[in-house]
Design a binder for this molecule. Sequence first.
Ligand SMILES: [Zn+2]
Ligand SMILES: [Zn+2]
Length: 371
Amino acid sequence: MADRDYYQVLGVEKDAEASAIKKAYRKIAMENHPDKNPDNPEAEARFKEAAEAYSVLSDPEKRARYDQFGKEGLGGAAGFQGFNEDVFGDFADVLGDLFGFGSVFGGGGGRRRRRGSAGRDLLFDLEIEFEEAAKGLETKIQVPRAETCNDCGGTGAEGEDGLQTCPECSGRGQVAFQQGFFTIARTCSRCRGAGRLLIKPCPGCEGQGRIQTEKTVSLRIPAGVDEGMRLRVSGEGEAGTGGGPPGDLYVVLHVSEHPIFTRNDRDILCEAKIGFAQAALGTRIEVPTLEGEESLDIPAGTQSGAVLRLQGRGVPGVQGGGKGDQLVHVKLVTPKKLSDEQRDLFEKLAELEGEEVAERGLFDRVKDIFH
Ligand SMILES: [Zn+2]
Ligand SMILES: [Zn+2]
């Protein structure tokens, strides 16, 4: 089921309304959610597939591009942003009201029971060279972030008795109360769900449990990345508080402009200027590529604007797949100054072609006027 149509995945019509798409997605997500299907890779694959389809079809702009161009229209970035890993976080807002309930009453994954709070995700902008984006690179970056305080291990308290069990909820973090037939659980307001109260703050972090530092993070950037793509480095975001899990680090890539090349997805584009005689008679030119100079045959009769292709001289796809091509855009250059001999030849050519040209001398006068 690797590459099914998104509408098929969700089982909706092409013209389905947003509400129908959301409903279809919820149903599939509910049935296949990993919390309900532990150790069931099939359900997990189905869940991820639905999540990917929903992420596109729920976004009017992405949906329009998908309708028009298919998955290709979503660009390399769509898949690369890591549905496989992010899927549970990204769709928490849609699933939250379904599965959050479950976890309060003990039916779900129990995420809400975790002590402390998760660290924030961090964004880091990284500028890389055109060649680095094409070929990939390994590098290290210095990320300013909050880390768990070593003095208190993240509790924010000094010593054993720096923390006290919350008397309001007896350390459970929740208080229960009766409403009609139901027992409703609510987060304890005194300890905010932590179950413990801070009595003596740690002097190292002033009770925060975290300190501001800079951390060196190693990155392996795959070949073929492009402007604006995001790399997710799991667990390298800010430290959580009170023993909560760390956030993730997102590295946003910015690719420097190249003096010769530009990119279009997996293809590399460049321009080659040739003269009239070369275009008419054909020639062989040297073209710069990412792998060094390469010979390119310009066939006789090449028109201005023609695009010639150097196969496999482009950039590989980020998620595998072959390299694109280098497209050479041929531009004919009109000579600006003619020697007497050149002028004779051009006039002779015009005569053969039956073309009317400016008389000798007139050209110079025109030039005088406009310069
Ligand atoms: Zn501390
Ligand atoms: Zn409490």
